[in-house]
Design a protein around this ligand. Structure first.
Ligand code: IVH
Length: 507
């Protein structure tokens, strides 16, 4: 083995420490401390030293995050401390029951208030990451809670997970548990790239995170935008074990882990409810998916007294948000023609309560999207509605396909004016070629012209434009300026007759 000059050893150690520090600032604290160009320069210097002196390379080198040799299979890992799951609460009253049960068990007067740690319930994959003497030794999935899979190679590629713990007081053994998830922005970017490459897109960020961790080739995982937030500890051997969950999380933060920024200690069940309402109100603005709130009795001694039932602790509960994905049936597909002639397939669905509202329609975007989903009329589909985003069909539940499911045929003629529908080379959108001969395009052009951002014509809403065109009172934007009061009054009268016509006659 060549003798390595002392100054190189020292420079290498310095580079490793600095790069790990910059990495922490960037990926954990979201607060970059140096420009990317400087980071890249230092990384190249480190890699050059590693190339010349491979014996220097240690597993905590930041160069080791790019993934290594592909595995044939994942080996099994036995969890020394089982990885439990959580009981769920779906209403305020179930939360009140939980609080009462907790207080009864520890003989706390019902008027006294329990301190809870409140955390967002991240929608990802639970993992256990084991550190020995401060070095990442092994990472595993939850599996059935007792036995999981060894995903160390993949976890090493996630930059918000420290390869070496920071700080002075490092436990001899520390098993950190948390959720690996894919932030929404990274998920959208990944899916966009997949669609462009003609590959299958992921259904949601959770599936994308799970799929990315299941890769036998860690080089693929390294390209996926994954993050981890720590939320508890399994094995702990060392001094200074904190007394409460909240303090433990602060300690994990100091050791270099990402901790969710919305975690809060509160006193009493009413404060838990306030926290739930607050998080529900900002849920859609968060950069990652959450599916509820986790409440944990804060004091570790009380947690020990409360213990477990079956596979869940008595000291914690997950209060779920209304689901953002539900199953329903695709009843039909209609084709709408927009202002520029774009023909958009719109799914008519069996109404379903999802994301807090009843959804009856969802966009299918274009013919490529229909092909990508492989959806037929009659299929059971998964509908997603997150925040104000238009409801989407994200997947077909193929094993529920009924025998008579019908293929969706994209029309060759405009459903409104019968002109040819054409799709330009390289374009995803098919368009009606009728131009302003097409009633639908005329209507949409006039609506656009009258809208607030354009001419802002008071009182000329969508319904009136539809009625004016349908009753042959206008054919173009210019006709608006020739409209006679008389025609409008007649239209009003016709409309009223139509409404009265539908009413049952009084006897
Ligand atoms: S604590 C015994 N905290 O929810 C405590 N879990 O249904 C076990 N999860 O498998 C977990 N965010 O994947 C905890 N802040 C959080 C969480 C969280 C998400 C997941 C975790 C777990 C599942 C339980």
């Amino acid at each position: 083995m060549p003798i390595i000059p002392e100054e190189i050893v020292q420079r290498y150690q310095r580079l490793k420490d600095d790069l790990n520090q910059y990495n922490h600032a960037y990926y954990v604290l979201d607060d970059p401390s140096i420009p990317d160009s400087e980071y890249d320069r230092l990384m190249r210097e480190l890699q050059a030293i590693e190339q010349d002196f491979p014996s220097l390379v240690t597993p905590d080198s930041p160069s080791q995050r790019v993934g290594g040799v592909a595995l044939d299979s994942f080996s099994q890992v036995v969890h020394r401390v089982p990885m439990l799951s959580l009981d769920n609460a779906f209403s305020d009253s179930e939360m009140v029951d939980f609080d009462r049960r907790v207080k009864d068990r520890i003989n706390l007067d019902s008027s006294q208030q329990m301190t809870y740690a409140c955390e967002p319930k991240l929608d990802g994959v639970a993992v256990s990451v084991l550190y020995k003497k401060g070095l990442l030794e092994r990472a595993a999935t939850r599996g059935d809670g007792s036995v999981g899979e060894d995903i160390t190679a993949n976890v090493r590629t996630i930059k918000s997970i420290p390869l070496r713990l920071q700080g002075e007081k490092i436990p001899d053994i520390l098993e950190v548990r948390g959720e690996i998830y894919m932030p929404k922005a990274g998920f959208n970017h990944l899916n966009q790239k997949a669609k462009q490459a003609g590959e299958k897109a992921f259904v949601n960020p959770r599936n994308a995170a799970a799929g990315s961790l299941r890769q036998l080739d860690s080089k693929i995982t390294a390209t996926r935008p994954l993050e981890m937030c720590a939320y508890s500890v399994g094995q702990f051997e060392g001094e200074n074990k904190p007394d409460s969950h909240f303090q433990m999380l602060q300690m994990l933060g100091k050791l270099g882990f990402k901790i969710n920024q919305h975690i809060k200690q509160v006193k009493g069940i009413d404060a838990c409810e306030d926290y739930y309402q607050h998080l529900a109100s900002i849920r859609d603005q968060l950069d990652y998916d959450i599916d509820g709130i986790v409440y944990k009795v804060n004091d570790f001694r009380l947690q020990d007294r409360l213990g477990f039932v079956a596979k869940a602790p008595r000291w914690a509960i997950a209060r779920k948000f209304p689901a953002q994905e539900e199953m329903t049936r695709l009843l039909d597909v209609e084709f709408q023609v927009g202002r520029t002639g774009a023909v958009t397939p719109v799914a008519r669905l069996e109404p379903v309560f999802v994301g807090g509202v009843t959804v009856g329609n969802a966009t299918l975007h274009n013919a490529d999207e229909i092909n990508r989903l492989g959806v037929c009329i009659g299929d059971t589909v998964i509908v997603r509605r997150a925040g104000d985003v238009i409801p989407q069909i994200v997947k077909v539940v193929l094993d529920r396909r009924p025998p008579g499911a019908q293929l969706i045929i994209f029309p060759e003629r405009c459903p409104v004016c019968q002109s040819a529908v054409k799709r330009a080379e390289g374009e995803a959108i098919a368009r009606c070629t009728g131009g302003l001969f097409c009633g639908a395009q005329t209507k949409e052009a006039i609506k656009h012209y009258a809208s607030r951002k354009a001419m802002d014509i008071d009182g000329l809403g969508d319904k009136l434009v539809d009625a004016l065109v349908d009753n042959d009172l206008i054919y173009s934007i210019a006709d608006l300026y020739d409209l006679k009061l008389e025609s409008l009054v007649n239209l009003e009268r016709m409309a009223q007759n139509q409404i009265f016509g539908k009413q049952p006659k009084k006897k």
